[in-house]
Design a protein around this ligand. Structure first.
Ligand code: ZN
Ligand code: ZN
Length: 463
């Protein structure tokens, strides 16, 4: 201040500013950066930066503001432009930040996974609410809730949604009016913002269903029955699709069947469908990766023919410990085991979260969470499946997880190039997301060996 106010010093200062080469270099660098930013597509930010660069050069400053406007005004222009740059630039930085993380996520199958899919993910949460269904599907931008368990589960469901920071449910689905599926729907409608409400065909006069319908009308929401087979997009690479939308009858016969697809991964949620319903929609269904077993593992559903048609690798049974119905029935457990399906159960493993990334499915159970302290949503480089040890597939999974990762990686290290499924007679690359359980595997050294042994190539990993 004082230094600049001395007349002699002031002249020297002005001279130095006029000829300051550093200022020109900085301006040139900023202008270049501006051009680069324009090249990345953010034209506004780039232009602002170039304007800022120009505005700090003495000549342009003089041109832009006549000398008589005063020094204060002249210095305000670069300051204002700089502030504008700061406001516009952060999104550019934020968008560029995740880039280094991508290779790690796609390391396993970087050649097959498109770059844009690397950041894409989806999670399906099967809540442990006893002998009832409460299922949450999440993608980066959307949240879907399918059924809301019994009436006395509402605190648990609302707390779970809160833990996930879910404040909006884009699609709330009621598969059928039974109390173990619609019990807490009214509480969800009352406490969370709901977008669209999709319900099964038919009507019901159960008390729980009536309070759900009342809650909807209080919120000005109108339920609708989805159209058969129409895809409802949730993100650029995921969608919902419904079956049995024209159901007639009552109770479990009305069950709305949900197919959720994320990239190459398919989840089929069977509500409480019985075998007749399974048979009626079977031909429309694709092969899937994950099956939510119908009706809490009851032997009224999950016929061997149906299971073999949809050919899942993972099954989830939502059931209560020591429930009155004897769910899951032994017959269903046998069918699943004979098909070589990896089974998860909410009664013994708690909440089950299946995360789909571009090239793998990761299963986390809350029982396991408490011991490994891993958040359910954390991306992990673990192999496709956590084991469910045979013959009692219900025991804790955690102690085996290290062992499993060793088993899964061993074949590729020891030279086996292809892994066959003894049950489905298909063979896969070791990196495939749908590898069979260890006890159902057969290893081949070459593609020819697998073909000669009568095995078909997997449609997902194309070995
Ligand atoms: Zn039911
Ligand atoms: Zn049920």
């Amino acid at each position: 201040m004082n230094f600049r106010n001395q007349p002699a010093n002031r002249a020297r200062w002005r001279q130095r500013r006029k000829n300051n080469p550093l200022r020109t270099v900085i301006a040139a660098m900023l202008a270049l950066t501006g051009l680069c930013i324009i090249a990345t597509g953010n034209i506004t930010a780039g232009l602002l930066l170039i304007l800022f660069a120009l505005s700090i050069t003495r000549r342009v400053q003089y041109f832009m503001t006549a000398r008589h406007l005063g020094k204060a005004f002249r210095t305000m222009i670069p300051a204002a432009l700089f502030a504008a740059c700061c406001l516009v630039l952060p999104p550019v930085g934020a968008r560029e930040e995740p880039a280094p993380a991508e290779p790690a996520l796609t390391a396993q199958e970087s050649s097959t996974a498109p770059e844009s899919a690397a950041a894409s993910w989806a999670e399906v949460h099967f809540l442990s609410t006893g002998n009832s269904d409460a299922i949450i599907i999440r993608t980066p931008d959307r949240c879907v809730m399918i059924d809301a368990a019994d009436q006395d589960d509402e605190q648990q469901i609302l707390a779970y949604l809160q833990d996930l920071h879910v404040t909006t449910i884009d699609y709330l689905v009621s598969t059928h009016p039974d109390a173990d599926h619609s019990g807490s729907l009214d509480a969800v409608v009352e406490n969370v913002t709901v977008g669209q409400v999709l319900v099964s065909n038919g009507s019901a006069d159960t008390r729980t269903y009536q309070s759900f319908i009342t809650a909807l009308s209080d919120k000005g929401l109108t339920p609708s029955v989805p159209l058969e087979g129409v895809q409802i997009p949730l993100s650029q690479d995921s969608y919902l699709q419904f079956y049995n939308t024209k159901a007639q009858g009552s109770g479990n016969e009305l069950s709305l069947i949900t197919l959720f697809v994320h990239g190459d991964h398919r989840f089929l949620l069977m509500a409480d469908a019985d075998q007749a319903l399974e048979e009626s929609i079977m031909e429309q269904l694709p092969e899937v990766d994950v099956l939510k077993v119908s009706h809490h593992g009851s032997d009224t559903g999950t016929s061997p023919a149906f299971l073999s048609h949809i050919n899942p690798d993972i099954a989830v049974i939502t059931c209560g410990l020591n429930n009155d119905y004897g769910h899951p029935h032994q017959q269903t457990l046998d069918t699943l085991q004979q098909a070589g399906v990896t089974l998860y159960r909410t009664d013994t493993q708690g909440n089950i979260v299946i995360r789909s990334d571009a090239d793998q499915l990761t299963v986390t159970t809350s029982a396991q969470n408490t011991q490994t302290a891993q958040p359910a949503s954390a991306p992990t480089a673990e192999p496709t499946f956590k084991p469910t040890p045979a013959p009692t597939p219900t025991e804790a999974v955690l102690s085996e997880s290290d062992q499993q990762s060793h088993q899964n990686s061993a074949p590729s290290e020891s030279g086996s190039q292809y892994i066959g499924n003894l049950n489905s007679q298909k063979f896969h690359r070791p990196s495939c997301s749908t590898l069979p359980q260890p006890q159902n595997r057969i290893y081949f050294d070459s593609r020819e060996a697998a073909i000669n042994a009568g095995y078909d190539p997997c449609k997902r990993c194309n070995p």
